[in-house]
Design a protein around this ligand. Structure first.
Ligand code: FES
Length: 148
């Protein structure tokens, strides 16, 4: 009589194990689906924020054709005989912001590097020219849009 009871017990244990295995598989499937959905959601947010970031990476500032230099935060607009060039105002030595010119030369306030109107270093410690930036000039509105 003991033998059939053990068989029933063994069968019941097998069934429970099979159910647990099935539940574990379902849980893993659901967790995997959740991770995929979460990753897709985060990816979409990241892409959207990158688009917003690229949209704000240009600025539009007033343009005065009578000024040799216009300084605006991160940019310098240089105008030599209506030949316009826009530079990053970041000094190529250690990155200080160049915000003024003396006698037609751009002067870095940190270590005294000077640059000519073409952005070339005249005296160091900077040895590289200023970085040129792409821009669009709207002469009618007297505005210049600069890609940062
Ligand atoms: S950062 Fe401009 S000269 Fe050093």
């Amino acid at each position: 009589m003991l033998f059939p009871i053990n068989l029933i017990s063994l069968h019941t244990n097998k069934t429970k194990l099979a159910e647990e295995k099935h539940n574990r598989r379902n849980f893993i499937k659901l967790a995997g689906a959740g991770i995929l959905l979460g990753t897709a959601f985060l990816w979409e947010k990241l892409v959207r924020s990158q688009k917003l970031l690229s949209q704000i990476q240009s600025i539009t500032i007033p343009f005065n054709p009578n000024q040799e230099f216009t300084f605006h935060r991160d940019v310098i607009v240089a105008n030599k005989n209506n030949n316009i060039v826009v530079y990053s105002s970041k000094c190529t030595h250690l990155g200080c912001t160049i915000g003024h010119a003396v006698n037609g030369e751009l002067v870095c306030p940190c270590h005294g590097s000077k640059f000519d109107i073409e952005g070339n270093p005249l005296n160091g410690p900077a040895v590289r020219p200023l970085k040129k930036l792409a821009f669009q000039l709207d002469k009618n509105k007297q505005q210049i849009t600069i890609d940062l």
